[in-house]
Design a binder for this molecule. Structure first.
Ligand code: ZN
Length: 241
């Protein structure tokens, strides 16, 4: 195999690996952001149940005060009894006491309901805290994994870069410049296999007289249609960088 062809194939392989790793690296911060959003959602959920507990506690304090006032009202009404002169007044007073007592009963029912709500909210907070702690541990583990992946990618990219420089240094400047120019134009595929007498870059047939030479892998031959550099696979065993 022609050495320049071999080097170009190696260069293209390593450039593909670099692109894939850079793409992976680009995705990592998005994963981290997703983790942070998850962590914030957990915190918001916890805040919301804590708020529900505080609201129920405040309502209960208000209703406790209402009940205290209601009880005082009943006492005050009852204290009027000795001053009652007529049966009619007495009936009216009893009626009034009954009304206030009825109201107090309603307040007591409210207080019971609020106590149930407070118990439920406290239990929910406990559960949410446990959930949140569990998820925080998972998020920490994922974050650690993220940092490791990032460090691994960085070191792989550094190694790729060194290997790439080494290969590129062995390719003559004009050919390297041509490769670089086409790398962008041809979507990362500058050197392509000639397969079944067709170019695997553009899928057009290669004229037989050109294909005969391509099969030899002894010179730089480009596809007459897409200008990609052609090689023939059966005849080569590319060195892995
Ligand atoms: Zn082609």
């Amino acid at each position: 195999m022609e050495e320049r062809l071999n080097l170009l194939i190696q260069l293209q392989e390593i450039d593909g690996a670099i692109r894939a790793r850079q793409e992976e690296k680009r995705k990592l911060p998005e994963l981290l952001a997703a983790l942070e959003r998850k962590s914030e959602a957990n915190k918001a959920e916890l805040d919301s149940v804590r708020e529900a507990l505080e609201t129920a506690q405040k309502s209960k304090r208000d209703r406790d005060r209402d009940l205290e006032e209601g009880a005082q009202k009943v006492e005050k009404l009852k204290s009027r009894t000795p001053d009652i002169k007529t049966n009619k007044e007495y009936t009216a007073l009893l009626k009034e006491i009954e009304t206030v007592e009825q109201e107090n009963k309603t307040i007591e029912d409210d207080i019971l309901k609020l106590m149930e709500k407070i118990d439920a909210a406290a239990a929910e907070i406990k559960a949410a805290e446990a959930r949140s702690a569990q998820e925080a541990a998972e998020i920490d583990a994922e974050r650690k994994q993220f940092e490791e992946s990032m460090a691994k990618l960085e070191s792989e990219l550094a190694a790729d870069g060194r290997a790439r420089d080494e290969i590129a240094s062995r390719i003559d400047a004009a050919l390297l410049a041509k490769y670089h120019k086409r790398l962008v134009q041809q979507g990362g595929r500058v050197v392509v296999e000639a397969r079944g007498e067709s170019c695997s870059g553009c899928f057009m047939s290669i004229p037989p007289q050109i294909f005969v030479n391509v099969k030899k892998n002894t010179e730089i031959i480009t596809c007459p249609n897409c200008q990609r550099i052609l090689f023939f696979k059966e005849a080569i065993a590319p060195k892995t960088p």
